[in-house]
Write a new protein. Structure first.
Length: 255
């Protein structure tokens, strides 16, 4: 019997499973689809190119949480050298991505007035406590002090730092927290050598050292007894374990 059942094989599920097996626990991982990776799965096409299904930012690069997981496993992520030619699509055109506050002051993608407003927004972010804004949107935060149409149009790029481009939905606290850490660390995101394919192969190796990964096996129901999750029912059987981790997409827990 497994010590822990993990539902979902995205970065969250596979990282949790790998850390647990590394600590000596027996782990069973369940995945509905025929491949691991969740929304971050990748594949190599017939021409040899790696196709990333979901572009996942490894925020803060070697200083980020993802790399902390791999360091604990003894397999620190090998990041590619920082790209100096990244691009943004804005107002229907392709622009060089600004690097740091000075880059935003110089970029021609915004008018001079908009650049000054954006710098003022960054300055306010730097002074703000994220805890005051987790339950409010990025648009709420922006609208309390600023009303510039160009900068309002630019807000989705700030939302994308936490993978949610809609400023009317993304948590202002999440964005503020990440931007403050990025400004302090001097690192935005990192691109791992080999992409998601390599990272998931490493996680899979660690999980299978003391556990099992069952693909094509959907977790249909979590069995609750006396207010505690005690088992997971699939289309094939029912698995019991002292601990169950739900690491699939949150809306699925309501299915």
């Amino acid at each position: 019997m497994a010590d822990v059942i993990v539902i979902g094989t995205g970065y969250a599920g596979m990282s949790a499973a790998a850390l647990l097996t590394h600590a000596g626990r027996r782990v069973l991982v369940l995945e509905e689809r025929g491949m691991i990776g969740g929304r971050a799965h990748a594949f190599r096409d017939r021409d040899g190119y790696v196709r990333e299904y979901g572009a996942h930012s490894h925020r803060l690069g070697h200083l980020g949480i993802a790399n902390q997981v791999f360091k604990r496993l003894g397999d620190e992520i090998d990041f590619l050298p920082e790209s100096k030619d990244s691009k943004l699509i804005f107002k229907g055109k392709l622009w060089d991505r600004p690097e740091g506050p000075l880059g935003f002051l110089k970029t021609p993608m915004l008018s001079f007035r908009a650049r000054l407003v954006l710098l003022a927004l960054f300055a306010r972010i730097k002074k703000t406590d994220p805890a005051d804004w987790y339950d409010k949107t990025l648009l709420d935060f922006y609208s309390t002090s600023f009303h510039h149409s160009e900068v309002r149009e630019f807000l989705p790029f700030l939302g994308m730092t936490v993978m949610c481009p809609d400023p009317g939905k993304v948590s202002a606290g999440e964005v503020i927290d990440f931007l403050k850490r990025a400004l302090a660390a001097g690192v935005g995101v990192g691109e791992p050598r080999g992409g998601s394919i390599r990272l998931f192969s490493i996680l899979k190796k660690h999980v299978e050292e003391n556990g099992w990964i069952h693909v094509h096996e959907k977790a249909e129901r979590i069995v609750i007894e006396n207010g505690r999750a005690v088992a997971v029912k699939t289309g094939k059987t029912t698995y019991t374990a002292p601990y169950i981790i739900f690491a699939a997409r949150l809306p699925m827990i309501m299915d």
